[in-house]
Design a binder for this molecule. Structure first.
Ligand SMILES: [Fe+2]
Length: 750
């Protein structure tokens, strides 16, 4: 951790994979106050590596947008809710009843709104049914009247909540009723009464899960957003009597009698999108804002069904969070129309402020013109994985630093932005403040850790490969996961060779299908990483730039998905590990995730199989006995997260394991999906399967796959001025893969 100030001018781009001839737009602002800055477009060549690598290198790009500017104050409107923007939602109401089922998950917030027509700080008539700072049900009015049950609701328990106002008497009635649950806690129902100002309500936006914010300005993060689940909110256009409310609560129902039904929202409909359906006569439909989690278990879920499509009544809830964020909604600030001659690569708009403050990097990917290739080799940037890791704040938590990351942890002041400004949204490695896992991420927000500086894996380490390609004089295009998801096979078919980065962990089904089809037609793939092809993700329809992920069932993971919520809302298919979805990484690339450890990285040793004539060409000019005992990623080529061959998990029978790592410590732990019950062998690199394997195999279409099975691998390429065994081995493979001579499978592939 450094004492440097945090970058003060931040930004993001509208699309992060763009082609020459297109225009990219940058959205730039300050989270704290207006500030001057200078924008400079650069091509990224080599990352910050420390002494064991080439070090940070960028190339300035001449462009009209380079120059000085002033950044305006741009708060980020984090927090999810449902917005009902209809004149007739509450206009003219004098007496009313508002009800909902709620599962509160967090206390100590000023007013977590369940249903609200208020805008904080404004005195325009309205109400907000809230969980107050004590955790109790309360009703707040615009004139400052506040009535609370005074008793905290049990966190994690479903409650029926209701408030009514009788215009004639001015009487308010409030009741929170714990719903039956397994176990032997019997919290009592609590009622409260009071008086509120009479008068008809004006037309107002109605929000479910939030109170309106008083215009632009920082500092309102988390104050008025609900954290937890809400189900079946409803409005009646008269004051239901206490007896009527008690009877509805006893039945666990919020449906008003037909004579006074004004609105009854059904969250079990339209689960994959943003629409929220009202069953009432006025059809007061709403829209979700900031992608709250849908397809979640509701008050009626009893464990008998796990598929939201088959039991919508069990899935009538939405889980809201104060730090959900789909889109920072900043206006376009600068734009660059990319000249047709601009080469494909990884670029950034660097935002410099005062001396001594680190710059902010808006990284983006310039692909070749659509439908064309400018080189025979392509680097496939792991943009799905970069998104999923974006604004990873849990790694700054002391427990993570000590227990999980060991020597890897290097945090700088740019990383700290994600902690100091939680409104930037989290990564899927984080939990929300209420303890639930983050299952949506968006790239439409400033991302603090997709940059050439900082010392994490992913983009920063991937730039070691680009640096090496430049130094060795190999031509390459840059393409991205986002392109592969959209275009599939047609994106890849113009290339002879595709190279992955160090950690292509997150894959959509469409990405996988595209790579699989291309390999079947003779493509040559170099998987230069570890823990790849691991988790399933979906790109969300209706939310450009967003990815959905559910860490279901098993896997080595930052948090465990809530029982009953293993199916993606976007597709209704099972989330989690691809190996539990019928797709084995080993079958695709020969290796699969086996262990992780972050104390140090080690080296590989050649195997007997490496002398097979099918593979011996790889090692021409490679004389190292301990292959890759150096590098900027923990000091070796084999480490961090490692993969090995396993025919039981699908590695092709004819695959050659040409090198395996040795010398891992006891901190290199077996992945949990290989463990059915705890045993001492899980801890330590002595377990025979705990190794990174370099694997080669030919495919039926004349193609081949070469995998290194280690995140650290590309960090070794630059050692000793690129004159080292890892560099030579990789160059031998890339040259042979670029050679059009078909590979032949051994035996009789027919
Ligand atoms: Fe990962």
């Amino acid at each position: 951790m450094t004492d440097l100030p945090m970058p003060s001018v931040l930004g993001y781009c509208d699309e992060w994979s763009v082609a020459a001839g297109e225009t990219i737009r940058f959205r730039i602002g300050s989270l704290t106050r207006p500030r001057p800055y200078r924008a400079q477009l650069v091509r990224l060549i080599s990352p910050e590596t420390g002494p064991e690598g080439a070090g940070l290198r960028t190339e300035d790009v001449d462009a009209p947008l380079n120059g000085p500017y002033a950044a305006e104050l741009r708060p980020i409107p984090a927090g999810s809710f449902v917005r009902v923007d209809r004149e007739d939602a509450v206009a003219g109401l004098a007496s009313w009843t508002v009800q909902a089922l709620v599962q509160p998950m967090l206390r100590d917030r000023e007013a977590q709104a369940i249903v609200s027509t208020l805008v904080a700080g404004q005195r325009r008539a309205g109400f907000a049914l809230v969980v107050d700072a004590k955790g109790a049900l309360a009703i707040h009015f615009a004139d400052g009247t506040r009535i609370s049950t005074g008793e905290a609701m049990a966190q994690g328990r479903w409650h029926h909540v209701a408030a009514s106002l009788d215009a004639t008497s001015g009487e308010v009635f409030l009741r929170q009723t714990p719903l039956p649950a397994r176990g032997f806690d019997r919290p009592p129902a609590v009622e409260a009464a009071g008086h509120a100002p009479a008068g008809r309500l004006p037309a107002s936006v109605l929000r479910i899960g939030a109170i309106g914010k008083p215009g632009p300005g920082p500092g309102h993060f988390g104050a008025w957003h609900f954290n937890g689940k809400i189900e079946a909110p409803s409005l009646a256009d008269r004051a239901l009597s206490p007896e009527e409310i008690r009877a509805l609560a006893a039945a666990g129902s919020t449906m008003p009698p037909a004579d006074c039904l004004r609105a009854a929202w059904d969250f079990s409909q339209g689960m994959s999108g943003t629409a929220v359906v009202d069953l009432g006569p006025r059809k007061l439909h709403g829209t979700t804002v900031n992608a709250p989690k849908r397809a979640v278990t509701g008050a009626r879920w009893d464990g008998t069904e796990h598929d939201w499509r088959r039991a919508p009544a069990h899935y009538g809830a939405i889980h809201f969070h104060e730090d959900d964020l789909a889109d920072a909604c900043w206006p376009d600030t600068l734009a660059w129309t990319i000249p047709s001659t601009q080469r494909s690569g990884i670029y950034a708009l660097r935002l410099d402020t005062e001396p001594g403050t680190p710059p902010f990097w808006i990284t983006f990917f310039l692909r070749p013109p659509r439908g064309k290739a400018n080189a025979r080799a392509a680097f496939l940037a792991s943009t799905a994985t970069y998104s999923v890791y974006a604004n990873y704040r849990a790694r700054m938590a002391p427990s993570t630093v000590d227990l999980a990351f060991g020597a890897l942890q290097q945090i700088d002041s740019t990383d700290m932005l994600a902690v100091v400004h939680p409104e930037l949204g989290a990564s899927t490695y984080d939990k929300h403040p209420d303890g639930s896992g983050v299952c949506h991420v968006s790239r439409l927000r400033p991302m603090v850790n997709v940059r050439p500086t900082g010392r994490l894996w992913n983009l920063q380490l991937d730039l070691c490969l680009l640096d090496w390609l430049e130094a060795q004089g190999f031509d390459y295009d840059v393409i991205t996961d986002d392109d592969l998801h959209r275009e599939g096979l047609s994106l890849l078919e113009n290339y002879a060779v595709v190279m992955s980065g160090c950690h292509p962990e997150y894959w959509s089904g469409a990405m996988w299908d595209g790579l699989d089809a291309w390999l079947g037609r003779g493509g040559r793939f170099m998987y230069l990483g570890g823990n790849g092809f691991y988790w399933k993700v979906d790109y969300l329809e209706g939310h450009p730039g967003m990815i959905e992920l559910r860490r279901a069932e098993g896997g080595t993971r930052a948090w465990a998905e809530t029982p009953g919520e293993y199916l993606h809302a976007s597709t209704g298919t099972l989330g989690g590990l691809w190996r539990r979805n019928g797709r084995m990484p080993n079958a695709l690339v020969g290796v699969g995730f086996i262990a992780q450890g972050f104390d140090f990285a080690t080296h590989y040793e050649r195997t007997e199989a490496s002398h097979d004539p099918r593979a011996a060409w790889m090692f021409e000019g490679v004389s190292e006995e301990r292959l890759g005992a150096y590098g900027c990623a923990l000091g070796g080529a084999a480490g961090m997260e490692i993969d090995c061959a396993s025919t039981a998990l699908g590695t092709p029978a004819h695959a050659l394991v040409v090198a395996s790592s040795t010398g891992h410590s006891k901190v290199m732990n077996l992945v949990v999906e290989e463990i059915n019950s705890g045993f001492s062998g899980a801890y330590g690199g002595t377990w025979p399967a705990v190794r990174a394997d370099i694997v080669f195999f030919e495919t039926p279409g004349g193609g081949a796959v070469w995998s290194t099975g280690s995140i650290s691998y590309v960090g070794s390429l630059a050692h000793d001025g690129y004159r080292n065994g890892i560099s030579r081995l990789t160059a031998n493979v890339l040259r042979r893969f670029l050679d059009g001579t078909p590979f032949e499978m051994p035996g009789n592939p027919a």
